[in-house]
Ligand binder design. Structure first.
Ligand code: DLL
Length: 432
């Protein structure tokens, strides 16, 4: 089943022609209207007329997360504020977050991409879909919400948390599909077991749309066997729009709608474009975005791209499951955390010394983050009450800044390891 058979199954030559036309229009528009991007092109000595074929995209400069931060809040926008109808916000590496704006058309293409993805996962008007991604500044909840409505299915905007109630609603409303992080799906399976609920016997659940964090084939197996359902990997980032692209029933990669996005794989060190099938960093150009354009954006996710048409009939390129990142970003309980954010927050607290260590573990299905923090000699004492107060102060500063609860352990001055070479302050013990 296709949502938009014409575009999803268009012969590849035609698709490439369409991509080139979109790219030309995009670059002309940016050169005229976006000071940042024009300056970037000028510094590389590229003009719109140098883009004579699709491959010439490699002449264009890259965009980096740092650029988005430098342009915060709206310097990157290429439309007047009256045309912006929505904002989403994601965490930055330090200091300011990244703000993404959407015009009515931007929301339209985002929803179109999701409608194609949900249809390829077999979801249609007969379905009821429980959306357990966070609603709000995060793109997961609202993104999926509008996609589900677009395909005519019924949406249950459950958002995150309160797992027992989630399972009760799932049973009461005959929910047939769920959208959440893979680790939350595993958690729901555990909670259901404790409640005496058998997904196969007591619910109508048949599909899960899982993403926003790395997961593996062994997690897929655990979920599919644990709940008796089919799972589909969904990929996206807040900069692209939000969750957008999924696998089809053949599960041989995530289809990237070619009329909406152009994907390349590069060597993260040399920035050279790599041939089909090579592992590298994926780079996205969003061909239709208006408010917040993205050209050759270095997302920092590692994957491979394949172009041969899929047995499902779709002709779009496919990326393999994301295998890692080329930077140090962690995803903890579905939330992006940069170690630099933690360091930045700790440095604002006068009692905190220079040493810290970050431990990430997974208990059952849930991620935990413990941060060991060295205290300055003058602030360290054996007064338990004082130390407890300080611990709470650090925990709440981190919670405010990272948006997740962390456990802080205070350490005496000099207690944590010193590094002679590159510091290794993050120990991620999760097995995915
Ligand atoms: O996580 C958007 C999203 C919401 C995707 C719901 C899927 C479902 P950000 O918060 O900007 O956006 O985080 C984007 O999360 O660069 C990847 O590192 C990671 N990520 C997202 N989907 C997957 C996936 C949303 N399917 C960052 N597999 C990305 C592995 C994923 N990693």
């Amino acid at each position: 089943m296709f949502w938009n058979a014409k575009l999803e199954c268009m012969p590849q030559e035609e698709l490439r022609k369409l991509q080139y036309d979109e790219l030309k229009a995009l670059i002309n528009r940016l050169y005229e209207n976006n000071q940042f991007y024009r300056a970037r092109m000028e510094s590389k000595g590229v003009k719109p007329e140098d883009i004579k074929c699709l491959e010439d995209i490699s002449k264009l400069p890259f965009m980096y997360k740092q650029d988005l931060r430098d342009c915060y809040p709206t310097k990157m926008f290429t439309v007047p504020n009256r045309d912006v109808v929505r904002y989403h916000v994601s965490s930055g590496t330090t200091g300011k977050p990244t703000l993404v704006g959407y015009t009515q058309d931007d929301l339209g293409y985002w929803t179109e991409a999701l409608a194609r993805s949900l249809t390829s996962a077999g979801i249609g008007p007969e379905d009821t879909v429980q959306v357990c991604y966070g609603y709000g500044l995060f793109t997961g909840g609202l993104g999926l919400h509008y996609g589900v409505e677009r395909v005519g299915a019924t949406v249950l905007p459950a958002s995150t948390g309160n797992s027992e109630r989630q399972i009760e609603l799932m049973m009461d409303l005959g929910v047939t599909a769920i959208a959440c992080t893979p680790s939350y799906m595993i958690h729901l399976i555990d909670v259901a077991k404790k409640m005496g609920v058998d997904f196969r016997r007591d619910t109508k659940l048949k599909v899960a749309i899982l993403g926003a964090e790395p997961w593996s084939e062994s997690m897929r197996q655990k979920i599919e066997e644990g709940a008796g359902i089919k799972t589909f990997d969904i990929y996206g980032t807040s900069e692209l729009a939000g969750p957008m692209f999924t696998e089809c029933e053949y599960h041989n990669g995530i289809h990237i709608s070619a009329d909406i996005a152009y994907v390349e794989v590069i060597d993260p060190d040399t920035e050279e474009v790599l041939p089909e099938g090579s592992e590298g960093e994926i780079v996205f150009t969003m061909l239709k975005k208006q408010a917040f354009p993205l050209v050759r954006y270095r997302i920092k996710d590692i994957s491979r791209v394949h172009y041969e048409p899929c047995p499902c009939g779709r002709t779009s390129p496919r990326i393999e499951r994301i295998s890692g990142r080329s930077d140090d970003m962690l995803i903890v309980r579905g939330i992006n955390v940069f170690p630099s954010q933690i360091e930045y927050t700790l440095l604002q607290i006068p009692e905190v010394g220079t040493g810290y260590m970050i431990y990430v573990t997974r208990e059952g299905a849930l991620d935990n983050m413990t941060i060991q923090v060295e205290i300055k000699p003058e602030a360290f004492s054996d007064n338990m009450e004082q130390m407890l107060k300080l611990r709470h102060k650090i925990e709440s500063a981190l919670k405010k800044y990272l948006n997740i609860a962390v456990v802080v352990e205070l350490k005496a001055p000099g207690e944590l390891p010193r590094f002679e070479g590159k510091a290794k302050r993050v120990i991620d013990k999760r097995v995915i």
